[in-house]
Design a binder for this molecule. Sequence first.
Ligand code: 5AD
Ligand code: FES
Length: 354
Amino acid sequence: MSVTRELIDILRQQQRLEKGQWKQLLSQYTKEDREYAAILAREVADKIYGRDIYVRGLIEFTNYCKNDCYYCGIRRSNLHASRYRLTREEILSCAMKGYELGFRTFVLQGGEDAFYTDEKLCQLISEIKQRYPDCAITLSVGEREKSSYQRLYEAGADRYLLRHETALEEHYKRLHPENMSLKHRKQCLYDLKEIGYQVGCGIMVGSPYQTIDSLADDMLFMEALGPHMIGIGPFLPQKDTPFGGKEKGSFHFTLFLLSLLRLAHPKVLLPATTALGTIHPKGREYGILAGANVVMPNLSPVKVRDKYALYDNKICTGEEAAECRGCLEQRIKSVGYQVVTDRGDYKGICTRVG
Ligand code: 5AD
Ligand code: FES
């Protein structure tokens, strides 16, 4: 048996590898290894979550952002981005529509927009919670003070997505301007976990300057954090950013990483992301077959969808995409899985650090 295949078996049995083993696996895997990992990953996911796929209604409520990440289309220096904020009424109407469609988790995602003070966000969260007490609220609004995370949690937020982007300091510096720090980002993740949120971290696969070394560090960081959710998708260039001319990430490598993450974190909530659906027309279906168990269709009003352009050619931004739920339901059925009307909480207790 090949060394890489053996490493995949060890990963399945022990849910971890040493750094050197990660580096070997990530640099020497073959097509057969990818397929083997996907089969094992799907077995693990089926054992825990069955054939159920959880859906999250994504509401992209503001594309204002004070940060200037080199890869992101809504970075503050992008003067071509047409900025918008949804009103309270618009957000509530997205939630109402989503509830009727069977969503029991709403993800409020936005740039780091100072307009949304703790007070405004808390108001919004409690209003949604009051109307839909059987729903979970996930926030994805970037780095904030621990006291702010605490207030948002007390207002009713259940989960928080904050991709760490890379766990290697030198790499982080090449993706972000001076004023952003990996240390602070990691601290946010630990704070969120300590407060009691279900926490999601993650990376872009094939982001510029990513290396086998940085990826191995990502694996070790995630082992230490013990996240409830992990969001990964391929890096895709956005033409008005400093990385507009960089190469996109690899579709197959993203699938392989999804499988490895499922093996390392059996219970993790693992979305087949929009970026995966953008890089390949059946990307999300293949993502599920590689071990993912979550999809996050867009609930934002069609008129703003093309404005939340983190990268070029994002799917689900045209008029035809007014109804992502139905579309995704069909796609998921086509590979033998079913969308369920459920909050889709993490199954089990996360015992690691935090
Ligand atoms: N390509 C792929 N993913 C991106 N993100 C931001 N910009 C891009 C891009 N150009 C991801 C980041 C961020 C998440 C909301 O979207 O990982 O955390
Ligand atoms: Fe949005 Fe298919 S999921 S159009």
